[in-house]
Each structure stands twice: as C-alpha cells, then as structure tokens.
Design a binder for this molecule. Structure first.
Ligand SMILES: C[S@@+](CC[C@H](N)C(=O)[O-])C[C@H]1O[C@@H](n2cnc3c(N)ncnc32)[C@H](O)[C@@H]1O
Length: 333
C-alpha cells in the first residue's frame, strides 16, 4: 500500500478518501478529469501520483481564486474550467480516469454568506454556481405541495408536509431571507433533538440544496458523459455523501456491469445485457478510522469505482432505473 503525503496541509478543504482512491488506481498515468475541483485536493493528488495531465471542472467560480496561489506550480498540467460536470464531455475524450467528489467543499459550508449552513446565519442562497434561483426564491414562491415533495424525496424528511405547511404559513407574514430564520421554523415543527442526533434541519437543508443545484440531474447526466469520455480500461471513481446519491451510483454501476437483479419479470435477461463497466469494489469503501478522526466531515463518505469496458458504446437508462426521485412528473430543476 502506498502511503503518500499529499500537499494539502494548509488547504481549507481536506480531501476525502483520496488515499484509498490513489491506492486502488495505482500506478496513475495519462490524462484524468476531476469534475469537482474544489480546493484541488484530488487534482494535486493525481498529479503527484503520476498523472500527466488533469482537466479540472467546478461550477463554483470562487474556487479558482483559491487555486491561483498554486496551480502555476504545475505549469500546463492542469486545465481549469468553470462549468458543471454534466458538461464534462466538452473537455476530454479517451480519458484514463474521471473522479467526482460530490457535494459541498468545506469552503462552501463554512462561509455563512453562501447560505448552505443552518448553524451560521447567512442569506438563504445555496447556489454552488452563484447564479439562478436561490433557496429563498424556492421557499418563498413554490407551491406547498412542491416544497413538501422536495423535502420528502430529496431529504427523506418524514415530516415534510408539516414543515412545508409551516413554511407557507410563515412566508405569508414575512418572506424568508436568512438560513437561521428557515432552520428555526423547521426546528419548531419537529421533536426536540436527542443527544447525538443530527440537527433537525439537516434533512430539509440537504433537500433544498439538491433541488436548487439540480444535483440528481447533474449526477445522472455526468454518469453517461463519463461513460462516453473514458477510454477502454479507464476508471470512474465517485465519492458520495448521502444514501440517495450512493444508491444512484451503485445502481448505475450494477446495471452497466450486468450485476443488477432484474427489477421485474418483463425486464430483459441480465446475461444478455451489454456490459459497459467492470465494478472494482463491490462494497463501497468508507474512510479508515484515522481519516475519520482527522476529518469528521468524511464520516458519511462512500467510494465506488468501476473500470470502463471496451465492448459497448454508451447508451441511456431512465432516471427512474437509477432510483432518481421524480417530483410532479419531472426531475426538479
Ligand atoms: C466535495 S468538494 C470537492 C473537493 C475536492 N475533491 C478537493 O479535494 O478539494 C465538491 C466540489 O464540487 C463542486 N460541484 C458540485 N457539483 C458540481 C457540478 N454539478 N458540476 C461542477 N462542480 C460541482 C462544488 O462546487 C465543490 O467545489
């Protein structure tokens, strides 16, 4: 096993599960794409481990300011793009590997002005790209049933209807502006937090963030874009942070590798289905104890990895086949 010291000690975001990723793909070579650049921890680790080039994408324009201090050390080995990873096909083909480390960076969570945190007061924003409708627009204007569905399907919040009703009642008096304002209303709808349990607004904030950033559509489109952009033998490694995301990735790899169970008796025989990937790790890899104690934010991370097979061109699957929840007959955008 390789024990690398990645140059991240002064980074505002500690890269999650990067050692297991590098160990699994080692020896690293060729051209990689990092679809979630953030503080650049994965990009740097890939280059330090032997990648000749990394094409790095992030939808958050702010991450590129931070990168200015160090990207020049790698001269033309890093190519940066401010874009969504669903568009990754625009930037590379025949790639040796693609990494996606989903969700938010510590910079986004910790900066109150980005409006992701229910612990720190800030504008109710939650837009990774800093453009488009904000979380305040969503809670202040969407129909009650739509808010309830978002909370239920994207946050698995069982009290979704009660919370949606409280939001609509409150906004009739005064629109929501701040994160704490919303989290207080949510907290008042739910039983008191038990010691050790997560904050009562956790699930609702996750749901709103997924909706505002259209995260499931992004992931769905990126999976197929990655399948097209990888060379035969290329690696797709994805780190997820909650069960809905992990289910989508797991299901995609199962269906594409021919290892999923038939969901109904009319489905075509699995053995006749083309194989696009070979799964590298059947069981999701979770952070080792040492990483958990160094970085408690890694606690819900799961890594899944698969190798592209040459035999089949990319083709599509329905979002529902990957377990992506549909809201009011559409995928929320
Ligand atoms: C968990 S952080 C990645 C951290 C990075 N691996 C590192 O080590 O520094 C996730 C990053 O992905 C970006 N992101 C999330 N969804 C995205 C999408 N659909 N397209 C592009 N970037 C996205 C976020 O803006 C954030 O900067």
């Amino acid at each position: 096993m390789i024990n690398m010291q990645f140059p991240v000690s002064n980074s505002p975001h500690i890269p999650v599960l990067i050692e297991p990723i590098i160990n699994l793909i080692s020896p690293v070579s060729g051209c990689w794409l990092d679809g979630t650049f953030g503080a650049g921890g994965y990009t740097r680790a890939l280059l330090e481990a032997g990648a000749e080039k990394v094409i790095s994408i992030d939808r958050d324009p702010q991450v590129f300011d931070l990168a200015k201090t160090w990207v020049s050390n790698y001269s033309d080995k890093i190519e940066l793009h401010n874009d969504k990873f669903s568009n990754l096909g625009k930037y590379g083909s025949d790639l040796d590997g693609i990494v996606l480390d989903l969700g938010l960076s510590s910079m986004q969570i910790d900066e109150a002005s980005r409006g992701f945190s229910f612990m720190k007061d800030g504008p109710l924003d939650m837009r990774m790209s800093k453009s488009g409708p904000s979380a305040a627009d969503l809670v202040n204007t969407s129909p009650e049933s739509e808010i309830a569905n978002i909370l239920y399907f994207f946050g698995e919040e069982r009290s979704s209807r009660r919370i949606a009703n409280a939001i609509v009642t409150r906004r009739a008096e005064r629109p929501f502006v701040s994160t704490l304002d919303l989290s207080n209303v949510i907290e008042n709808c739910l039983p008191r937090k038990k010691p050790g349990a997560s904050h009562p607004a956790t699930r609702s904030f996750q749901a709103l963030r997924i909706a505002i950033n259209d995260e499931f559509t992004e992931l769905y489109e990126a999976l197929f874009a990655a399948e097209k952009a990888l060379r035969s033998g290329g690696i797709l490694a994805i780190v997820t942070f909650h069960s809905l995301e992990d289910r989508i990735v797991k299901r995609f790899f199962q269906l594409r590798s021919g290892s999923a169970g038939n969901s109904n008796r009319y489905a075509p025989e699995l053995k006749n289905r083309p194989k696009h990937f070979q799964i590298v790790n059947r069981k999701a890899i979770i952070p080792p104890d040492q990483e958990l104690s160094n970085n408690p934010r890694s606690r819900s991370a799961k890594l899944r990895m698969a190798k592209r097979l040459s035999s089949e061109p990319s083709s599509s699957l329905l979002p529902s086949q990957l377990g992506i929840p549909a809201i009011q007959g559409k995928h929320y955008a």
